[in-house]
Design a protein around this ligand. Structure first.
Ligand code: ATP
Length: 498
């Protein structure tokens, strides 16, 4: 697998995505729109395949997870209860001379190479003074860091007044919490169970950057897993996964300046790095999902949040980190949110949100033992980066066939001699089963290269021999090996491979 961090920058990848039709800057003819991107013909297919696999793995093929699709504009009361209205803030500094704006913690991280997300305004101001930090654009003086709420505000209805203010949701999780009782009762779900959602989220980021990594409109795939508060360790799947190993970077290892190391789940639980078994199970499941879809284990690790990094609602938190070309960064967050959210919504709405425990005949507030919160666009980026491979005379996207936007390309060798007719017959035979690309233009070598760059795992060539032996040449993307396969066997051949 390619180590793009050594050979490519994120802007090279953005240029590749634009050229191939994976992703475009939004409204490019007007100069783009910072933090917004549009997915093109190949991008939408890749993104849909990622979503489909996540939904199938974590919702449809499980008895204990159900899904919803909540609205993106949220009743402000929900976001007041969750703490977002008062506290979904980043610290902003601006240049007094050229008005350049930057997230204060990012400025510190870039210049001083230390983690700064958890620092207060006062601590950041001290560092600015101590290191005499100036505007990175014009060297002008910087303002003091000030709080800036990153939710997008809008007005509901025709009158723009305080009472009609609402927000675009900054995360999908809140509609899971605010609808908890409706979902649980209508589906008769019993603890422990999870509720999942895939949908858009919006954050008015101060400085969007690194292509799809930090956007202002993005998608999340989130799952809240609810357990009985006294049964956060009663995970029936734990025994099956405890001896599996993951790359782990604990808080202690970070404090001692150590790198991550391979560790079994059992050992992480015994050492109390992971504090409950359901959390351990979900961390492993999400980590393994990435590996199953082709991410190189060298590029993936689990990092424990240090105490000072923990959000107000989290009892513990881990990030799945990926080695992006710009360093190890968060791919997915997974907090143990305890009873915080359901208690808050109970308090603010005046309607207690509980689950009735039949055995003990008592109402309990369910406990969120794990909350896998995955940015779909960051997953898209990681799969692309890992698949992007430069070989001697070609660029090839070695995407897992499940994720590949186009699964099969069909080429008649020449556009005459009845070859297109046979090719069309094969196209019609397979088109309802797989996304197929039919291409007659250019040399076969060129056609192969184009499909390599699109990540298409199989190309199928119809030549003059096909008319005699009723077989075609199937060329495999990664090995470039070719195999002659009878037309009548094609369906079963691909069934095994895709
Ligand atoms: P970061 O520290 O990178 O800003 P975060 O901790 O604020 O991320 P969460 O609130 O935990 O992120 O959101 C869950 C997931 O949503 C993240 O792990 C990431 O995959 C995705 N995500 C968050 N913000 C963005 C963004 N601006 N653009 C793209 N994806 C995002």
């Amino acid at each position: 697998m390619a180590d793009i961090s050594k050979i490519h920058t994120i802007s090279d990848l953005a240029a590749f995505c634009k050229r191939k039709g994976f992703v475009f800057p939004s409204a490019e003819i007007y100069g783009g729109f910072s933090g917004f991107f549009d997915y093109g013909p190949l991008g939408i297919e890749l993104k849909e395949n990622i979503k489909k696999d996540w939904w199938k793995t974590f919702v449809q093929s499980r008895q204990d997870v159900i899904g919803i699709d909540g609205s993106a504009i949220t009743n402000p009361k929900v976001l007041e209860a969750s703490g977002h209205v008062a506290g979904f803030n980043d610290l902003l500094v601006d240049c007094k001379k050229c008005k350049f704006r930057e997230r204060a913690d990012h400025l510190i991280e870039d210049l001083l190479k230390i983690p700064a997300e958890h620092l207060s305004a006062k601590q950041i101001q001290k560092l600015i003074e101590k290191h005499k930090i100036k505007c990175p654009k014009c060297k002008g003086p910087l303002s003091e860091p000030k709080q800036y709420n990153t939710m997008f505000k809008t007005y509901v209805g025709p009158v723009e007044q305080d009472s009609s203010v609402a927000y675009l949701r900054p995360e999908t999780a809140q509609s899971i919490f605010s609808n908890f009782e409706l979902i649980q009762k209508s589906s008769r779900a019993q603890l422990p169970f999870g509720i999942a959602q895939i949908g858009k989220a919006f954050r008015n980021e101060i400085s969007p950057r690194d292509f799809l990594f930090r956007m202002r409109e993005f998608e999340q795939m989130e799952l809240e897993f609810f357990t009985h508060p006294k049964k956060i360790n009663d995970c029936p799947f734990y025994n099956d996964i405890q001896t599996s190993s993951v790359n782990m970077l604990s808080a202690e290892m970070q404090n001692k300046g150590k790198n991550h190391k391979a560790m079994t789940i059992k050992s992480a639980v015994i050492k109390k790095i992971i504090k409950n078994r359901w959390h351990a199970y979900w961390l492993y499941s999400q980590y393994q999902w990435f590996l199953n879809l082709g991410i190189n284990p060298k590029n993936l690790r689990i990092r424990e949040h240090k105490k000072e990094e923990l959000a107000h609602y989290a009892k513990a938190c881990f990030d799945l980190e990926y080695k992006f070309p710009f360093g190890w960064k968060e791919l997915q967050g997974m907090a143990d949110r305890g009873q915080f959210d359901l208690s808050q919504h109970g308090k603010y709405s005046g309607k207690e949100i509980t689950f009735f425990d039949q055995a003990k005949q008592e109402h309990v507030v369910p406990y969120v033992a794990a909350e896998p919160s995955q940015g779909l666009d960051r997953a898209f980026l990681a799969f692309l980066i890992d698949a992007y491979t430069v070989e001697k005379d070609r660029v090839v996207l070695k995407l897992n066939p499940k994720l590949a936007p186009i699964k099969i390309a069909i080429f008649p060798l020449v556009n005459k001699d009845k070859l297109p007719e046979v090719a069309m017959k094969i196209y019609n035979l397979l088109k309802d089963k797989y996304p197929i690309f039919y291409d007659t233009s250019g040399s076969i070598g060129r056609r192969y290269r184009r499909m390599d760059e699109s990540g298409t795992p199989f190309c199928l060539t119809i030549d003059h021999d096909t008319l005699k032996d009723k077989a075609v040449t199937v060329r495999h993307r990664d090995s470039m090996k070719q195999k002659r396969v009878k037309i009548k066997d094609l369906e079963t051949y691909f069934l095994k491979l895709i």
